[in-house]
Design a protein around this ligand. Structure first.
Ligand code: ADP
Ligand code: MG
Length: 314
């Protein structure tokens, strides 16, 4: 695994104060957002599409100009100490973009040059290996698959060994296998001391991966829920009355939990990121059980969570 410098100081990895962004045309994309990302954490910025996540990340990377407020990275103000702020962060953008005519190795060397990393300190091949791209080192970037391109972007963000890495929706639209690989990689990075910030609209991703979660919607930071709360919010339950009594609840790999409430009544909890009520019913019927009645049940907390994330908060 890669060796990272891990300099712990008493500052936060990222500190954001009263950050606002109004785009040309008047769209208020960020509205007075303040929060801190502690050093060493995996921090999840969770919110639906259009919430303002990329706007915030792009302000940190200098792609978007903020309208007001301030931000610092590893204690360095992004306006007053641009060089140091940039040196301490690596950002993987949501959109895949790079020059199709460079090879992955060339792209990393070029990026290292941009960051002023001396030749002796470059570790392009090491990064390609970590991203399982070593056999693609000399291929044209345009010939890489979508997943490979995303991994190359991650490698690019790390050429200067930043103590903070930010991934903007790293798993949106990627298949389950790559998603798992990215999760593993993020966990390993973090175990080696890198602070990780990721944005996501998947409750599951935030819950499984992050130590701290902030929910953003309509440009406002609206909650910093615990993992437990997020976990509850992504579960849903159905109560099924069956056509015959059972002695044990029906089992299925996709159910989170199945409980016998009465002889003929079973409560099945499932992850709504993964399946819907129709699929639960089909699974039960597939076991040869007839369903006489169905009631859906929502955790009370789910209502709270949903009202936090998709309510008409203005
Ligand atoms: P997210 O990343 O959470 O999906 P974004 O930060 O991309 O959200 O967008 C936040 C809001 O700002 C959205 O309503 C989006 O349409 C708007 N927006 C994003 N970029 C621009 C832009 N360049 N000009 C005007 N509006 C924008
Ligand atoms: Mg986005």
């Amino acid at each position: 695994m890669l060796g990272y410098r891990m300099i712990m100081t008493d500052t936060n990895a990222i500190s954001i104060r009263n950050l606002s962004k109004i785009y040309q045309g008047g769209k208020l994309a960020l509205d007075d957002v303040s929060f801190d990302v502690p050093q060493g954490s995996i921090f999840g910025l969770l919110g639906p599409n259009g919430a303002g996540k990329s706007t915030l990340i792009n302000i940190l990377s200098g792609l978007v100009m903020k309208s007001s407020g301030s931000a610092s990275i590893w204690g360095f103000d992004i306006d007053k100490d641009v060089r140091n702020a940039k040196a301490h962060i690596g950002i993987v953008p949501q959109e895949i973009m790079f020059d199709p005519f460079f090879t992955p190795l060339e792209a990393l060397e070029l990026q290292a040059g941009l960051y002023g990393v001396p030749k002796s300190k470059r570790r392009s091949m090491e990064l390609l290996r970590a991203m399982r791209l070593e056999d693609k080192a000399d291929a044209y970037s345009r010939t890489l698959s979508g997943g490979m391109k995303r991994r190359l972007l991650i490698a690019k963000a790390m050429v200067h060994s930043p103590p903070v890495i930010v991934l903007d929706e790293p798993t949106a639209g990627v298949d389950i296998e790559l998603r798992q690989q990215l999760w593993d990689y993020v966990t390993r990075l973090n175990n080696n001391g890198t602070t990780v910030v990721l944005t996501t609209h998947y409750l599951e991703e935030a819950e499984q991966l992050c130590d701290e979660i902030a929910i953003i919607n309509h440009g406002k930071l609206i909650a910093k829920p615990t993992k437990e709360l997020v976990g509850m919010a992504r579960e849903k339950a159905v109560l099924l009355t069956l056509d015959k009594p059972l002695t044990a609840p029906p089992r299925h790999a996709a159910f989170e939990k199945a409980e016998l409430i009465a002889d003929q009544v079973v409560e099945i909890t499932y992850n709504k990121d993964r399946m819907n009520a129709g699929e639960v019913l089909a699974a039960v019927q597939g076991m040869g059980l007839g369903i006489v009645d169905v009631t859906t049940k929502e955790a009370d907390l789910e209502d709270v969570f949903l009202s936090l994330t998709s309510g008409d908060a203005e």
